[in-house]
Design a protein around this ligand. Structure first.
Ligand code: SAH
Ligand code: F3S
Length: 433
């Protein structure tokens, strides 16, 4: 009988892909099958996120609960970014944890599994050319890493300390992986990296041909049978004209762009070391909309970064009113260890919460306004997921989530859908062709 693996994945899409890599290794080399029932698991993995403080606090209470529920003899492993930055402290605080595996050491999963109390958290470890076994949680959409780590030093961000320096995965390996996923039925690929449009900055092999992100997109779009390319996250600083033009004119690139703003105030952006100003950001949005009028734009915003004045915050709201983002991920600033901003005096928490609420209610108004344009429009939808009550959901090219009545036969298919009911995050429609 095969051994059972229960895996919980927190955080970003990179963690989702790291989990797929670990599942693949454990299936192929160690004979594990996944289970959603914690009580029958022989191995419990938590793939953690450390970008904000809350999930880190939650980790230890969750570990305690898992330890109580687990079956006799089951192992618990902590992986991901919190594993990278807390390392052996995790085993000190939770001695029943069997091993700790950092976000840049995913390929060592078999190794740590057989060593009690192993801690592998080397952030200089280079996995950029490691040939992982093949496992995908969705046959329709393939996540593909294009780089590991991040070379930026945004003063609020812990990621460079948990995922290490940026190394690009050789383009020929990415093209190979994408072609294989397409052969196996995926019509969409989703490229992943902390800073995707900085691709090609550094390869493990210093003599590797200098291929930039725009060129990588061109090479990938030649794959026959591949219909859609998405990516996250690009950095506004690296959005040059060549990249925007390729984005606009390449029919395989989905017309949805994530542009993490973080703040609308040039002063705060400078304190965050983001490398661009409010004016540059607005200029890039204008250029993007000029080249590609149908584009949808999403963003990340942090409120109450240390030193953010009322006027600074107003600049953020001003950018929101001007851009009218289609989606916003907004966060209260959370001080993180090993970052430059860690020691700066915090803004009063009640004020921070009030700003977050104000920002989110402005965004709700913007979304209600934006959604109106979708009523009765017909869009091509790629169906990926079964939802409740006999609905199937998918996305338009511009990343709008749409559900229609239907069943499995629609999965992995493209259909033209007329939007009959609009919503802030999901629309309902009817298939017309
Ligand atoms: N590479 C990505 C960022 C990854 S972290 C980029 O350039 O955007 C994902 C998001 O978490 C960030 O965009 C930011 O909005 C948020 N975030 C990161 N550190 C944070 C912190 N210390 N406090 C609050 N939010 C944070
Ligand atoms: Fe973090 Fe900035 Fe890199 S937000 S992941 S340091 S681009």
């Amino acid at each position: 009988m095969s051994k059972k693996l229960f895996i919980e994945t927190l955080g970003c899409a990179m963690n989702t892909r790291d989990s797929e890599h670990m599942i693949a290794q454990l299936k192929e080399r160690e004979g594990y099958e996944t289970t959603t029932n914690l009580k029958e698991a022989d191995l419990i993995l938590i793939n953690t996120c450390s970008v904000r403080e809350k999930p880190v606090q939650k980790l230890f209470s969750e570990l305690g609960a898992f330890n109580k529920k687990k079956k006799e003899g089951a192992k618990i492993g902590v992986c991901g970014c919190t594993a990278s930055h807390l390392g052996e402290e995790i085993i000190k605080r939770a001695p029943y944890v069997s091993f700790v595996l950092g976000a840049r050491n995913v390929s060592k999963i078999s190794e740590v599994l057989h060593k009690d109390k192993a801690v592998e958290t080397d952030i200089n470890y280079d996995e950029s050319e490691f040939a992982f076994d093949d496992f995908r949680s969705s046959p329709y959409k393939a996540y593909i890493n294009i780089s590991i780590g991040c070379d930026k030093q945004c003063t609020f961000c812990i990621v460079p300390k948990t995922r290490g320096e940026e190394i690009s995965i050789p383009d020929e390996l990415i093209v190979q992986e994408a072609a294989k996923a397409v052969q196996n039925g995926a019509k969409e690929i989703f490229l992943l990296g902390q800073n995707v449009n900085n691709y090609g900055r550094r390869f493990s092999d210093a003599t590797h041909e200098k291929v930039n992100f725009t060129e990588l997109l061109r090479r990938l779009s030649k794959i026959e049978g591949l219909r859609r390319i998405r990516f996250t996250s690009p950095h506004p600083f690296h959005m040059d004209d060549e990249f925007i033009k390729e984005f606009a004119k390449n029919p395989k690139i989905c017309k949805s762009m994530h542009m993490p703003l973080q703040s609308g105030s040039s002063k705060v952006l400078k304190d965050m070391k983001r490398g661009y100003t409010k004016e540059w950001f607005l200029n890039r949005v204008e250029k993007l909309r000029k080249e590609c009028p149908e584009v949808s734009i999403s963003t990340d915003i942090i409120v109450a970064f240390p030193g953010e004045s009322e006027e600074d915050f107003e600049h953020t709201l001003d950018v929101m009113r001007k851009v009218k983002f289609d989606q916003i991920f907004s966060f209260k600033y959370s001080p993180r260890p090993h970052t430059e901003a860690e020691k700066l005096p915090m803004i009063d928490d009640a004020l921070a919460s009030a700003r977050l609420t104000q920002l989110q209610s402005l965004q709700a108004e913007i979304l209600d306004e934006n959604a109106k344009k979708h009523q009765d429009k017909v869009y091509e939808v790629y169906f990926e997921e079964l939802s409740r009550d006999n609905y199937v959901s998918g996305r338009t090219n511009t990343n709008l989530v749409v559900k229609v009545k239907g069943s499995e036969e629609l999965l992995g298919e493209f259909r033209d859908v007329k939007i009959t009911q609009i919503g802030r995050t999901i629309c309902t429609g009817e298939i017309v062709a």
